[in-house]
Design a protein around this ligand. Structure first.
Ligand code: C2E
Ligand code: MG
Ligand code: MG
Ligand code: MG
Length: 289
């Protein structure tokens, strides 16, 4: 038996295998430390209504202020912990941080919802609702309707019945859901009717190339029509060129988010941006003429 165990141990320490495992654990340890060392920060990107020019909300986007590498976007570190429990901890931190931000902004008179990206593993935790309600209790002054969740189409679909229940439960509390990166998943159409999400976020890949008479443009038209048929709100992601704003409006999509409107920014820059956007909106509507 000892020999067998030895064999197993030997196999476990296969060099190539070992390297990948060590890398994985090192990444988890680093990110776990980043969380306790307060190296994560939420940036916020405005979402606006292109017709009314109203600010309809802000999406919270995580950044890692890495001590050596500087500000890292989630593409550099979230894939390392996808499916790991650390993702759940970071998710809980993100919700708490967003509620803190809402409380802070609302105290100074800024009222707009914050949407938080929720990972599949977080959403599938058995105690997701209990944990959420516990966090909400810590922020009694913030109405839950100012919090929204974004889930990837694929993560909503994989566990449809459980996710349906959670979304309904959240809706009862006043928290709406958006399906993120819509159009990039694999079962978009038939599942739309089964997901009680209020909003569809059209993936930026379709928005980027809508200018020409491309297939992406046709997909955009189709998705907007579909969203309307299912009475969902719709928002276009990745609007980089404001020249396309009118085209989006013509296609029936009123809300958008993207570098053409504003880059994700630090929380402290949001109030000034909002004030400027609102005064420009008033000017554009001729109130000051
Ligand atoms: P997402 O939720 O689809 O967020 C939109 C991404 O597109 C953000 O990238 C944003 O900075 C970027 N973006 C916004 N406007 C434009 C534009 O006009 N052009 C282009 N090219 N990009 C634009 P970011 O911040 O790097 O986040 C990437 C993804 O990481 C997010 O995609 C989301 O899925 C995930 N993520 C971000 N923050 C969190 C978080 O706190 N928790 C979880 N679980 N995931 C997060
Ligand atoms: Mg998102
Ligand atoms: Mg997206
Ligand atoms: Mg995305």
């Amino acid at each position: 038996a000892a020999k067998l165990a030895g064999k197993n141990i030997f196999r476990f320490f296969d060099p190539a295998h070992d390297r990948s495992i060590r890398g994985f654990h090192e990444n988890i340890a680093c990110l776990s430390e980043a969380l306790t060392e307060h190296e994560f920060e939420l940036y916020y990107q405005p979402k606006v209504n292109l017709a009314s020019r109203e600010v309809v909300g802000f999406e919270a986007l995580i950044r890692w202020n890495h001590p050596e590498k500087g500000v890292l976007t989630p593409g550099h570190f979230l894939p390392d912990i996808e499916g790991n429990m650390l993702m759940v901890e970071i998710g809980a931190w993100t919700i708490r941080q967003s509620l803190m931000q809402l409380e802070h902004w609302q105290r100074s008179g800024l009222y707009a919802p914050i949407s938080v990206n929720i990972s599949a593993i977080h959403l599938q935790q058995k105690n997701f609702m209990d944990a959420l309600e516990a966090i909400l209790l810590d922020f009694p002054s913030v109405e839950p309707k100012y919090l929204e969740f974004e889930v990837l189409e694929t993560s909503a679909i994989e566990n449809i019945e459980q996710v349906q229940l959670i979304i309904r439960h959240c809706n009862d509390l006043g928290i709406g859901f958006a399906i993120d990166d819509f159009g990039t998943g694999y079962a978009s159409l038939s599942y739309l009717r089964n997901i009680p999400a209020k909003t569809i976020k059209i993936d930026q890949s379709f928005v980027k190339n809508m200018g020409d008479e491309s297939e992406d443009r046709l997909i955009l038209v189709g998705v907007i029509g579909l969203a309307k048929a299912f009475r969902k709100s719709i928002i276009a992601e990745g609007l980089e060129d404001m020249q396309y704003a009118n085209l989006l409006l013509e296609l029936g999509c009123e809300c958008a988010q993207g570098y053409g409107i504003a880059y994700p920014m630090r929380a402290e820059d949001i109030p000034a941006w909002t004030e400027e956007w609102r005064s420009e909106a008033l000017l554009a509507h001729g109130y000051f003429n």
